[in-house]
Design a protein around this ligand. Structure first.
Ligand SMILES: NC(=O)c1ccc[n+]([C@@H]2O[C@H](COP(=O)([O-])OP(=O)(O)OC[C@H]3O[C@@H](n4cnc5c(N)ncnc54)[C@H](O)[C@@H]3O)[C@@H](O)[C@H]2O)c1
Length: 265
């Protein structure tokens, strides 16, 4: 069983969905290690907000595509809070909007490193950390660790110009299911959440331009974009013992946007 105060690690915790997950975990009583990439002040601010609410939190810089830095991150996290029992992979880069013929290998590599290599490296180190702990026998709440990967509806729904991102998220979908199968006997659950349009800095242009936001929201059957806190609510459920029997699943949270594929012709 995963204790109510199980330590949690959140990548991309300085911004958007990762930030909302880190804050929600901290509020729920979990010691939280969050990573930032570009903005140290934002990382420190999230950790500070958790501490101001009576929780415990640390912020570390990490490029999730760098094997050495990921190993260092977990070593630092474990030395402060003990073994990480919960992992949220939220760090990621958006699509470049570049067509295949114009896309440099370095661009493709940059997105794959953040969006796919990152979860590979953090999941691997997370699982290695739990190697000495046996899954509890029995059929209820027997897990020893839980992972949620933040994927995207574009793991299935392709877009021209989205080759880098869509390929990375498609890979993340298979990484999630493969790991779920591989790690089930060890009591480690691995799930994904596939958001549609969520109002974070990844959608800064829509946040800055009301007309663009209105046009994009008109394409969403539910009539609006989502909030990062709504994604965090779902993530926290998937990290909890109440979700013990859920592993290998991707839960879509998109106001039915992904169901509109192939409509209208
Ligand atoms: N916002 C959306 O509409 C939306 C929709 C579907 C999926 N997602 C996914 O949700 C996740 C979070 O995105 P968000 O919307 O919060 O965007 P965001 O830009 O607010 O956050 C992304 C975070 O990832 C970090 N990051 C980028 N590259 C990194 C790297 N190499 N190493 C470590 N950190 C790195 C950034 O610094 C940032 O903190 C991403 O994986 C994204 O693909 C977002």
């Amino acid at each position: 069983m995963i204790a109510d105060n199980a330590p949690a690690l959140v990548t991309g915790g300085e911004s958007g969905i990762g930030r909302a997950c880190a804050l929600a975990l901290g509020k729920a009583g979990h010691p939280v290690v969050l990573t930032y990439y570009a903005d140290a002040a934002a990382g420190a601010a999230v950790a500070g907000e958790i501490e101001a609410g009576g929780g415990r939190a640390l912020a570390f810089r990490c490029d999730v595509g760098d094997e050495r830095l990921v190993d260092l991150l977990f070593a630092q996290a474990e030395s402060r809070f003990g073994l990480m029992r919960l992992l949220v992979n939220s760090a990621g880069l958006n699509m470049s909007g570049t067509a295949l013929e114009d896309m440099a290998l370095a661009q493709f590599d940059r997105v794959l490193r953040a969006d796919l290599y990152g979860p590979f490296l953090t999941c691997r180190r997370f699982v290695r950390g739990l190697a000495g702990i046996a899954a509890a026998p029995g059929r209820t709440a027997r897990g020893i660790g839980r992972v949620v990967n933040i994927s995207s509806i574009h793991e299935r729904a392709p877009r021209p110009g989205g080759l880098d991102y869509d390929a990375a998220k498609g890979g993340l979908a298979q990484l999630t299911t493969t790991l779920a199968l591989e790690l089930a006997p060890r009591g480690i659950a691995v799930n994904a959440v596939a958001p549609g349009m969520i109002l974070t800095p990844m959608n800064q242009s829509a946040l800055d331009h009301p007309d663009e936001l209105k046009a994009k929201e008109a394409a969403i059957p539910w009539g609006r974009a989502g909030r990062p806190e709504e994604v965090a609510d779902l993530v926290l459920f998937l990290l909890s013992d109440r979700a013990d029997y859920i592993t290998g699943s991707t839960v879509t949270i998109d106001g039915a946007l992904s169901l509109t594929v192939a409509q209208g012709a």
